[in-house]
Design a protein around this ligand. Structure first.
Ligand SMILES: NC(=O)c1ccc[n+]([C@@H]2O[C@H](COP(=O)([O-])OP(=O)(O)OC[C@H]3O[C@@H](n4cnc5c(N)ncnc54)[C@H](O)[C@@H]3O)[C@@H](O)[C@H]2O)c1
Ligand SMILES: Nc1ncnc2c1ncn2[C@@H]1O[C@H](COP(=O)(O)OP(=O)(O)OP(=O)(O)O)[C@@H](O)[C@H]1O
Length: 296
């Protein structure tokens, strides 16, 4: 895994922070004020980002996008951060905050570490997902995901059929509620709920995890992230149940029978801020509430 200790360039020591704080709840507004004050005291230049800025604004001048929220807020900013090569951090105002950097109580330590350059940068793999029409060869825009691509049944209580191919060779024909292609970052999210394995960040693999397959031997498969995975909705007994695909649970798109999804490792990596001393094992123990004798 790439984990680098970063030292800010002393010639350019002013840290330019884009603050994404979408919540209007009183507690979130109070935390936002505290964060702004603490950053200003340390000489950081802070601009406020609106959710729309993540799609339209040029963010390349920022050193860091700082989210106040939970995993949902981190996921909303991940693609923009990766596209612009900007570091992503979060102060947890959500429930779990698995992807965030720290809790509200640690704001002073967070800002200290940011300004002293003692933080760790973890490079996280993103997925690049392109839908294309096999007949017309028309391709939709390529989208990025940090956690997973989900191909799911839509507006129906029926199961769906779909084929998954690896570099053009059939992996399996699934009869299920859907299939997930998850990154190591996404292995602790939806894929985990669907019975997929926990994958250490930095592992160069994807997981293909079926959701409730009607076959007890259909399990998650781990693949090298150098492959291209193709997912293709199929007709079943002459009937096509409608399907959707979703990236990080945020955007959903319908997909037709003539379309396929091509899923690859994105050329862009997400640079994720980690507090000094943080490690994945303690995150698993704390956030996934592992129990055990004498666990620290
Ligand atoms: N049955 C499920 O487990 C299920 C169903 C739909 C979506 N999801 C997950 O929700 C994600 C979107 O998160 P949200 O907060 O916007 O939606 P949300 O409000 O539906 O929350 C989903 C839960 O997953 C957690 N989560 C998100 N990313 C995580 C990660 N990388 N590691 C560990 N936990 C994580 C969140 O903290 C939250 O508790 C999707 O990417 C998908 O992985 C899970
Ligand atoms: N666009 C928004 N407008 C208003 N409030 C928002 C917005 N986005 C998030 N919030 C609020 O901010 C808080 C964090 O939301 P977020 O979706 O990031 O995390 P969560 O789902 O609550 O937590 P987690 O995903 O970590 O379990 C929540 O209270 C949510 O209601």
């Amino acid at each position: 895994m790439t984990r680098e200790i970063t030292i800010l360039d002393p010639m350019n020591a002013t840290c330019r922070v884009g603050l994404l704080a979408p919540s209007r709840q009183a507690q979130a507004l109070g935390t936002k004020a505290t964060v702004l004050q603490t950053l200003a005291r340390k000489g950081c230049e802070t601009s406020i980002l609106e959710p729309d800025d993540l799609r339209h604004a040029n963010l390349g001048h920022l050193d860091i996008i700082l989210c106040l929220g939970g995993d949902g807020t981190m996921l909303s900013a991940a693609a923009a951060a990766a596209r612009h090569g900007v570091l992503l951090a979060g102060i947890n105002l959500g429930r779990l905050g698995f992807l965030t950097s720290c809790a509200v109580a640690n704001i002073p330590a967070f800002v200290e570490s940011l300004c002293e350059g003692t933080y760790i940068v973890e490079e996280r793999t993103m997925l690049a997902v392109t839908a294309y029409n096999r007949k017309t060869e028309e391709r939709r825009d390529t989208l990025l995901a940090l956690n997973e691509l989900a191909l799911l049944r839509a507006q129906t209580g029926k199961m769906v059929d779909l084929d998954a191919e690896v570099d053009g060779t059939l992996l399996n024909r699934y009869h299920a509620d859907g299939v997930l292609v998850a990154t190591p970052s996404g292995s602790t999210a939806y894929s985990l709920s669907a019975g997929g394995p926990l994958i250490w960040p930095g592992s160069e693999v994807f997981s293909v995890t079926p959701i409730c397959p009607h076959s007890l031997t259909n399990r998650a498969v781990i693949l090298p992230d150098s492959v291209t995975i193709t997912l293709r909705p199929r007709e079943r007994r002459g009937r096509a149940d409608s399907m959707i695909f979703s990236l990080d649970g945020r955007t959903t798109h319908s997909i037709g029978l003539e379309e396929s999804l091509e899923i690859r490792k994105a050329p862009q990596k997400l640079r994720l801020f980690q507090m000094p001393g943080s490690n994945f094992a303690s995150l698993l123990r704390a956030k996934l509430r592992w129990q055990g004798y004498e666990l620290p």
